[in-house]
Design a protein around this ligand. Structure first.
Ligand code: ADP
Ligand code: UDP
Length: 236
């Protein structure tokens, strides 16, 4: 596998072409941003934690029947994944109120929902990722009705699998964001990453936050939280 030119540099990752047109290499950075890019910083070691944790979780999800973009971990920061065209929806699943759900609807954080909540945002930085529903997504031709139904079913299955894995490590899965994409042959797969950048993790015994909220809210011990999540899931 040969690494070729950089195709894209995002806020948290770079994407490189390879000698295979159907594969790309993602390279995870230590850069962190929050609040729509207004807050910026570095979380030392984050790139390696997110890369390894995301690969570990995607492998578990594959075993449970969820197709993902994961192909092969190259090193601490770099992974070969199937190249997809990303469906421009941020798919958010919530088990407990937090973040924008709490602020938008004027409720406190920590309310445990009877059923998971699935919501979509339009992945569009210029518009600041506005919340939208299925009808909006279909009207805007971001996705088809059938694809949205499959995305929702996959997202709920991902929630069940992740909740179980995390609870075994005494971590409560509060909420998370997924991205899906389509491979060259049109297969819908889970893409992007699953990490403390994209999930809220609370210690199930103490309630301590073990995710990017430590950076967003200046809670301190940011690096420690990422390392603690790696230790609990990967045992190192
Ligand atoms: P952002 O673009 O929001 O700043 P990142 O820094 O994480 O985010 O950049 C990674 C980019 O790669 C994102 O735009 C993401 O949608 C995209 N991406 C994730 N997985 C794949 C994949 N398998 N193939 C192509 N692009 C992908
Ligand atoms: N999330 C994300 N990227 C985004 C927006 C949200 O990974 O651009 C994740 C976030 O980490 C959290 C969940 O999605 O786990 C729900 O986020 P919320 O809508 O509450 O917004 P936030 O408060 O994170 O901005």
């Amino acid at each position: 596998m040969e690494k070729r030119e950089q195709l894209y540099e995002g806020k948290a990752k770079k994407v490189f072409a390879t000698d295979d047109p159907n594969l790309v290499i993602v390279s995870y950075k230590d850069d962190a941003t929050a609040f729509d890019g207004q807050k910026r910083g570095t979380i030392l070691g984050k790139g390696a934690v997110n890369n390894r944790m995301s690969n570990f979780l995607m492998k578990q999800l594959e075993k449970e029947g969820i197709p993902t973009h994961y192909v092969e971990e190259l090193n601490d920061r770099e992974t070969v994944v199937k190249k997809v065209s990303i469906v421009p929806l941020e798919v958010i699943v919530r088990n407990i109120s937090a973040g924008h759900f709490a602020s938008r609807y004027g409720v406190e954080e920590g309310i445990v929902f009877d059923e998971p909540v699935v919501e979509f945002s339009y992945k569009n930085d210029d518009l600041h990722d506005p919340l939208l529903n299925d009808d909006h997504a279909v009207a805007l031709k971001l996705s088809t009705r059938e694809e949205i139904a499959r995305i929702k079913a996959y997202a709920l299955k991902v929630n069940e699998v992740l909740k179980k894995i995390l609870l075994a490590s005494n971590v409560t899965l509060v909420d998370f964001k997924l991205e899906f994409g389509k491979t060259a042959d049109g297969t819908l797969v889970l893409a992007d990453e699953i990490s403390p950048d994209t999930c809220r993790f609370w210690d199930s015994r103490t309630g301590e936050k073990l995710d990017k909220d430590r950076f967003r809210r200046d809670l301190g011990n940011v690096e420690d939280a990422y390392m603690e999540m790696q230790r609990r899931l990967l045992g190192e």
